[in-house]
Design a binder for this molecule. Structure first.
Ligand code: MN
Length: 357
């Protein structure tokens, strides 16, 4: 309810809207705490309405506390139902987070010019991108579970083991310790495949001398985490060690530079400069990081084009990488919280290229 009140404050009091229609899944989860709604209509006065299909009706009534839960029957037109309600509320200016073109046209047609519609997803992001203490508690838990998974990676990565076997052991441990699920598809990319930043996880057998990029995330009460370590199977080579040190230095310097009011673009630049100076600039083929919360990729974005500015309560990843085709890739990533003074790492775990054997 606090989140609804905060939205009402910025959308209705400050921006002059008198209704908000939410249809994005993560946004609905954010405002209702319930993951199966089809739409959420928030009027200026009165209870918010959760629209839900029969399959999720009982769960909505149990979990959507403080909302008016309305059943959408099979074959019923959801936009027609919402339009009728908007008219009943006498809404004049309705904000929307997102809507498919088809649904938008449908809604506009039924409102017959009596209600003005405007896309205002950025207002929702103003709220979601700042994590409060309660949310941080959940994100800390997700990060802790992710760290437990990473410990396992150091125990099981060795020559002869397949990528999916490594992923299975990691995911099993995170689950057993309380993870609600994985934040995204686990990446265990070994050997030449480690040079693909989104290498996924296959049945490739890890070989002596391989680099293995392990990128994992646990979730807790729908909040996510994101962490990467790169491990060497067997004794790391001098070149592997050298590039690892470059990536680690880039990550640490970017972390040290994180603070409120800093431009996201300038944090990316700090890491990029370290990698460029070492002559590896062309191999850092993605942005430095992204926000994390109910989704694994959220605002603010830390890359060369970003216009975001960091503020207290942002949770972002810092994940520089160097990817050399034919040689392999190295990425080191943590999920970190922007605080009043500097930043705090939520994901914890040693920085090592060497595995225990
Ligand atoms: Mn990431």
């Amino acid at each position: 309810m606090e989140r609804i009140e905060a939205l009402k404050q910025i959308a209705f009091e400050k921006k002059g809207f008198d209704g908000f229609l939410i249809t994005d899944e993560a946004n609905m989860l954010y405002f209702t705490g319930f993951p199966g709604a089809s739409s959420l209509l928030i009027p200026k006065k009165g209870e918010g309405i959760i629209y839900v299909y029969g399959v999720n009706y009982e769960q909505a009534k149990a979990e959507g506390k403080g909302f008016n839960v309305k059943l959408v029957k099979r074959g019923e037109n959801l936009m027609a139902k919402i339009a009728a309600q908007v008219k009943a509320f006498k809404t004049k200016k309705l904000a929307l987070d997102t809507l498919s073109f088809e649904n938008y046209r449908n809604l506009v047609k039924r409102l017959r010019g009596e209600t003005r519609l405007k896309m205002q997803n950025k207002l929702v992001w103003e709220l979601r991108r700042v994590k409060d203490e309660k949310e941080l508690e959940l994100m800390r838990k997700a990060a802790e579970l992710t760290g437990e998974g990473m410990k396992v990676a150091y125990e099981v990565v060795r020559p002869g083991v397949r990528e999916y076997e490594v992923a299975a052991e990691i995911e099993y441990t995170m689950r057993r310790k309380g993870s609600w699920g994985t934040a995204f598809e686990t990446i265990v990319a070994s050997g030449v495949r480690s040079a693909f930043p989104h290498g996924g996880c296959t049945d490739r057998k890890i070989r002596e001398g391989d680099l293995v990029v392990v990128d994992i995330g646990a979730t807790y009460q729908y909040f996510r985490s994101d962490m990467t370590r790169t491990l060497a199977a067997g004794k790391p080579s001098a070149k592997q060690k050298k590039i690892y040190e470059i990536v680690r230095l880039a990550q640490e310097k970017a972390f040290q530079a994180l603070k409120p009011k800093a431009k996201a673009r300038s944090i990316d630049a700090v890491a990029r400069e370290v990698i460029e100076k070492a002559g590896c600039g062309e191999y850092f083929v993605h942005g430095l990081g992204h926000g994390v919360g109910l989704e694994v990729h959220e605002p603010p974005t830390l890359n060369q084009e970003s216009k975001d500015r960091l503020i207290v309560g942002n949770v972002v990843t810092i994940e520089p990488g160097v990817y050399i085709v034919g040689f392999g890739g190295i990425r080191v990533e943590d999920t970190v919280l922007v605080r009043k003074r500097g930043a705090e790492k939520l994901t914890k775990g040693p920085y090592m290229l060497e595995t225990k054997r």
